[in-house]
Write a protein that binds this ligand. Structure first.
Ligand SMILES: Cc1cc2nc3c(=O)[nH]c(=O)nc-3n(C[C@H](O)[C@H](O)[C@H](O)COP(=O)(O)OP(=O)(O)OC[C@H]3O[C@@H](n4cnc5c(N)ncnc54)[C@H](O)[C@@H]3O)c2cc1C
Length: 481
């Protein structure tokens, strides 16, 4: 079967639905493909609380662009970076195609965040600064009431009302290329292989966190221990990125890294994070500490800690706390595992239950306790209650672990989403290796690469909404520039 639409959107998460709705609002005929069933549509977006790095509904957080620019790439050539001070049209081809956090893309994301939230409100979405699992924070965040699922349901309803055609359980397999232009896509559904849909294409089908082979290719050994942080990630198998790269798209975003979250491996819940580590110690499977558990607020350090955990023997660490954890108001919000902690009345007993050398863990706890100092414990602010003479130090919340019962959670590093994707311009057009738009090809959300180094937290849903909406608007034009 072959069908013709103005715009074909691949993926039914925040990026794809934003693209489909905005294209349909511009009177384009729109098709949207989704690999999952209607009940599981929405990929990662379905499972997220969708925090957004905003001060309020109109303005991004004060550190928004600075954080991106501090993580724009590694060892960037300053002569190339200097070119970005010129108007975009004057950038050389190598800068237009450069793999880095393009300041034009970041500025557009920041500028369009407020208007995009206002647009989402027209679909019935409401925002709040609801209580979060981040009981200490370094920035400001808001989120949609009902989280990502509310975004999916509201936008899908709107897309249906606007006459968008949905193809569920239908998977993008390849792009149709004709005379250097993208003419559409080829897909497989439950009932038909080789289904052809013709039209301009918006790739919004996530990253490759659900593809073990691609993760091994890009990450090497560290891929072994990671898994998607929630069920939606398993649907994102990287086809959008793979077919576009094969068609000559330039890559962008750090292909060697992912947004890492520390989770309890025993839990099958969505995002079973273990964020209580600033109030205890983290040890490896040999009972040794390996990191400052409280160098800053938890939101600023959890990703790096999760990456370090991935490199430990077996890719696993253990959070050890004692009963003083109960001095932390609402600490329960910081652990979303449905599995109970392993408890014991002594450190040795706890080590035995963790199949860890008990003398090693006892020595670690003794050494840690000896390095703690008297001082005021203020659990909800950086209290500077630091250890003395300990390597690695613990910089805040350094109470001794001497108050049984002891409790422990195993922690692994999960892949929230992948960083590597496609190089795009501010119209969300996919660029080739010469920085020129590939005609009729767009990308948004995780499929668009943007992140390097430390993830600028609470910006991935925003990226999907902002660039999905832009992609839909641009692709809907009768003759996109
Ligand atoms: C538990 C969790 C918590 C998170 N918390 C936050 C947060 O608070 N703030 C934030 O900004 N980000 C957060 N993130 C990240 C963020 O949710 C995602 O990066 C973002 O929602 C991705 O949107 P997307 O539209 O690009 O992809 P997705 O929402 O993953 O959608 C991609 C869609 O494409 C479909 N698909 C994939 N391959 C194909 C194919 N070949 N053919 C057809 N369809 C296909 C998938 O089924 C899926 O429906 C979180 C993620 C998770 C999982």
């Amino acid at each position: 079967m072959s069908c013709k639409f103005d715009v074909i959107v691949v993926g039914c998460g925040i990026a794809g639905l934003s693209a489909a709705v905005s294209a349909a609002e511009a009177n384009a005929s729109v098709a949207i493909l989704e690999r999952a069933t209607v009940d599981e549509r929405g990929g990662n977006t379905r499972w997220t609380e969708a925090f957004m790095r905003m001060k309020n509904e109109n303005e991004v957080a004060d550190d928004f662009e600075d954080h991106f620019m501090a993580n724009a790439g590694f060892n960037l050539d300053p002569s190339l970076v200097a070119e970005t001070a010129q108007p975009y049209r004057d950038w050389s081809a190598i800068v237009k195609a450069l793999s880095f956090a393009d300041p034009e893309l970041v500025a557009t994301l920041a500028r369009e965040a407020g208007p995009t939230l206002a647009w989402l409100k027209t679909a019935g979405i409401r925002f709040s600064d609801m209580a979060s699992y981040l009981i200490t924070q370094s920035t400001t965040r808001i989120c949609p009431v009902g989280g990502g699922l509310a975004l999916i349901d509201a936008l899908a309803d709107q897309a249906e009302q606007l006459g968008v055609t949905f193809f569920y359980e239908t998977t993008l397999e390849d792009l149709l290329l004709e005379a250097g232009t993208v003419a559409g896509i080829r897909a497989n559904s439950k009932t038909e292989r080789g289904l052809e849909l013709r039209g301009r294409v918006v790739l919004a089908c996530g990253g490759f966190e659900g593809n073990a082979e691609m993760q091994s290719l890009y990450y090497g050994e560290k891929a072994r221990y990671i898994r998607p942080v929630a069920r939606g990630g398993y649907y994102n198998r990287g086809e959008g990125i793979r077919v576009a790269l094969a068609a000559g798209a330039a890559p962008c975003g750090d292909f060697s890294e992912y947004h890492a979250e520390p989770i309890d491996p025993r839990s099958g819940q969505s995002e079973p994070i273990v964020f209580a580590f600033p109030y205890g110690i983290l040890v490896d499977a040999h009972g040794k500490r390996f990191v400052d558990e409280a160098s800053y607020t938890v939101d600023a350090i959890y990703e790096n800690i999760a990456r370090l955990i991935n490199k430990l023997p077996g890719g696993i660490a253990y959070l050890i706390c004692d009963s003083q954890l109960d001095k932390v108001p609402n600490w329960q919000r910081t652990v979303r595992s449905d599995q109970k902690p392993i408890t014991a009345d002594s450190v040795e007993e706890l080590a035995n239950k963790l199949a860890m050398p008990s003398d090693a863990l006892a020595a670690t706890v003794d050494e840690f306790n000896a390095a703690t100092v008297e001082g005021q414990f203020k659990p909800l602010e950086l209290d500077g209650l630091a250890t003395r003479g300990l390597t690695p130090p613990k910089s805040n919340w350094g109470l001794p672990l001497n108050s049984p019962p002891f409790r422990a959670w195993p922690v692994i590093s999960a892949n929230c989403f992948t960083f590597g994707g496609l190089r795009c311009n501010t119209n969300a057009q996919v660029l080739d290796h010469d920085g020129r738009p590939i005609p009729s090809l767009y990308a948004a959300g995780e499929t668009m690469g943007l992140y390097y180094g430390r993830y600028t937290g609470a910006t991935s849903v925003l990226r999907g909404a902002v660039y999905g909406r832009i992609a839909g608007q641009h692709a809907a034009q009768p003759k996109p520039s």
